[in-house]
Design a protein around this ligand. Sequence first.
Ligand code: TYD
Length: 206
Amino acid sequence: MFITLEGPEGSGKSSQIPALAQYLQEHGFDVLCTREPGGTSIGDQIREVLTSMDNPELLPRTEILLFLAARAQLVAQVIKPALLAGKVVLCDRYGDSTLAYQGYGHGLDLNSLRAMLNFATEGLKPDLTLLMDLDIKTGLARKKSIDEWNRLDAYELSFHERVRAGYLQLAEQEPERWQVVDAALPKDKVQTLLREIVLNRLQDKI
Ligand code: TYD
């Protein structure tokens, strides 16, 4: 089963994934965690270009092609083989980040993005997507406070507002795939909710 975590900046995805993975492992599932952009050696090199504060001239179109290049590599090299081996794959961001950030955020055409995504991933879609929803100001303040500021975080506030609203719209359009979690709740409460949702879904599948 392929599970993705999505959300605006500072929503806490990355800090929730290890505990969620451990919990699933304790329940007998073979779990593989990965993240975007990155997750492969080539993907990590692309991530450097994307997040470096030294690249302010990077254009939205260039940005999207780099995200997609990293994703194509990750799907073929890591995600598909893991799914074929019967693993649960937990991925920190995936195609919906492209729709939310490059589509809703930068205003690139959603249908063109969907076609490109389909090409990059050979049509691989998540079975379940967890949206960690959080208001933008809280999220950006959290990120700044832990010193993880990168080029993409530095976009203006209205960009991040469009990203958040875009995510909520995507979740509404495909309610059977998405589950929205309130990421403003205390960290352990968020973890409990994530565990319940994922375990229920995995047990449904067995
Ligand atoms: P990262 O430091 O991993 O942020 P986070 O911890 O919030 O996931 O940086 C990834 C950044 O890339 C983040 O700002 C979201 C952005 N992004 C896109 O704009 N499009 C995409 O397709 C992906 C995967 C990420």
